[in-house]
Design a protein around this ligand. Sequence first.
Ligand code: ASP
Ligand code: MG
Length: 424
Amino acid sequence: MARIVMKFGGTSVADLDRIKNVARHVRREVDAGHEVAVVVSAMSGKTNELVGWVQGTPKVVGANSPFYDAREYDAVVASGEQVTSGLLAIALQAMEINARSWQGWQIPIRTDNAHGAARILEIDGSDIIKRMGEGQVAVIAGFQGLGPDNRIATLGRGGSDTSAVAIAAAVKADRCDIYTDVDGVYTTDPRIVPQARRLKKIAFEEMLEMASLGAKVLQVRSVELAMVHKVRTFVRSSFEDPDAPGMGDFLNPPGTLICDEDEIVEQEVVTGIAYAKDEAQISLRRLADRPGVSAAIFGPLAESHINVDMIVQNISEDGSKTDMTFTVPSGDVDKAIKVLGENKEKIGYDVVQNESGLVKVSVIGIGMRSHAGVAATAFKALADKGINIKAITTSEIKISILIDGPYAELAVRTLHSCYGLDKN
Ligand code: ASP
Ligand code: MG
């Protein structure tokens, strides 16, 4: 007997039939004798609808902020998960399974005060553990917690993944199963590369890079949390027949296990290829090459909440002038150019140039730590296809390459096959 947290995303609970199907997945684990807690998202599309309603409300005239009150945003958008937690508890009860719904505040899941993008600080798992011990399934609304102001706080879009992993850590679950509409984590996006393979296992660090660099399977923060608390997390599909053979296999359920690298025996050099669209490049030409220049550029950008990614600074020839290039999401270019314009005197550059519609393609793998020539292989493969590289950044376990948007798919396919990731 084990303790399992099962999380179901929006498409898995999209309507009453899907919710009934989820109940069958839960029943399978309950019948196997496991203690089960379930975390649910809102029905697919629901959160977007709720966010749209909030954004459609009139702004308060004369208020300090041009935005609506974030606490009321949370009161509205958290309601989607409340609905599904109740509906799933009812569906389970209809199958004669002892089940009870829980909202974030009832557990409680304590968060910080950043309404709309709150972080979980602490979860009191004792009530849930007690109920599970008595044979009751806890059905927990994801995406929400209780802020220090005693009000509902939501965790940022995609946050119910984070709820699930945090609850798994708090109740010391043996496993956290994230059920979604794909059957695992793939070496790359199968819509672009049909030869992409489902990974049996992926290390926390690699998954963190994959999620941060564009793979949309899991919220980045949930992977961070799984890594810190060493929560063994399976990504698997809710769309398979809940009672098909192997679905209840405790050690090897169908899907991808995200785990500690020590658990991965046959480590490949490269595990996957990720890509992120809609990147833009900004270059500042002929900057003074002196201490404080970077701070003068990136300080004001950070204050304006512009997320800067790749940064490349040229070495100046004579020690007086240099160039600085960096990337931001395409949607932030205008804001960034404005901020840079306002700080032109302080920064001291000559001209600013920008280009949108770029794509960042990344090669990820823990095996890179101990293998030379991984980057060179990518550069050669891209060159052979005539793909021009605009910027490069690397870390211990990844290489990111910025290219023109129209080459994205070709680049992903090329890199996927040059590292032997294509399935036979
Ligand atoms: N329902 C929320 C969202 O759509 C949280 C989640 O699904 O993870 O962002
Ligand atoms: Mg999600």
